[in-house]
Design a protein around this ligand. Structure first.
Ligand code: AKG
Ligand code: FE2
Length: 221
């Protein structure tokens, strides 16, 4: 089915190094063209297919006992990655390289990645939030890869970013263009997804610390 072995053409040590420098300087990084179009296309096709097969669910807020659905906060639908396709494996392999380099250079203690496909239909949004607070869910570093080709500014759906938890002034807005990878500190960087006027495809992920102790087994999600 897939004979293209050059999916990761654009990614290399330089991309990772620049990403990490931005992360240190700003608490977030925006990397256009981080992943190649063939890989992004394969991932989007997979999301479309799985969505048609009814595998997506309305997104919840929080995890375990905190889990609840709140249409007022977010309205996208999601499906967890499970590493079952070549495209997912290629993506996860690069994220693993990134994890190792960040741990080597920043000693962040990133342990594992949980990630899901997300689809925002026209009009869907996710209000301003932090992905973690006070270590509640072990999320240290958030990542978002966008899968949308031919995205125009007027399509909306930008990711709005604030520079600090209590900041009032937006520092940047990111167009959800195919191949762009955004990373940010989960506890430090508030963000919001603005409504789009066409379907918006992405893969959101979170590098977590290891919360497992002898008394408490902490599954990835
Ligand atoms: O899709 C995006 O741009 C961000 C998604 C997000 O903030 C989340 O899933 O927590
Ligand atoms: Fe988020």
């Amino acid at each position: 089915m897939h004979d293209n072995v050059d999916w990761l053409g654009g990614v290399g040590g330089d991309h990772r190094t620049t990403l990490i420098e931005n992360l240190v300087r700003q608490g977030y990084s925006v990397s256009p063209g981080y992943f190649s179009l063939p890989l992004v296309r394969a991932l989007r096709e997979e999301a479309l297919l799985r969505d048609r097969q009814g595998e997506f669910q309305l997104a919840g807020i929080g995890r375990r006992q905190d889990h609840h659905l709140d249409e007022r906060v977010r309205s996208d639908r999601t499906r967890w990655l499970d590493g079952s396709t070549l495209a997912q494996c290629q993506l996860l392999e690069e994220m693993e390289q990134l994890r190792q380099q960040i741990n080597r250079e920043l000693f962040m203690g990133l342990f594992e990645l949980e990630s899901h496909f997300a689809i925002y239909g026209p009009g869907d949004y996710y209000q301003r939030h932090l992905d973690a607070f006070n270590g509640n869910n072990g999320r240290l570093l958030s990542t978002v890869l966008y899968l949308n080709e031919g995205w125009l500014s007027e399509d909306g759906g930008r990711l709005r970013i604030w520079p600090a938890p209590d900041a009032q002034t937006v520092v940047t807005e990111v167009e959800p263009r195919a191949g762009t990878l955004v990373c940010f500190l989960s506890e430090k960087i508030p963000h919001e997804v603005l409504a789009a006027r066409r379907e918006r495809y992405s893969i959101a992920g979170w590098f977590r610390c290891n919360n497992t102790t002898a008394e408490w087994l902490d599954p990835p999600r």
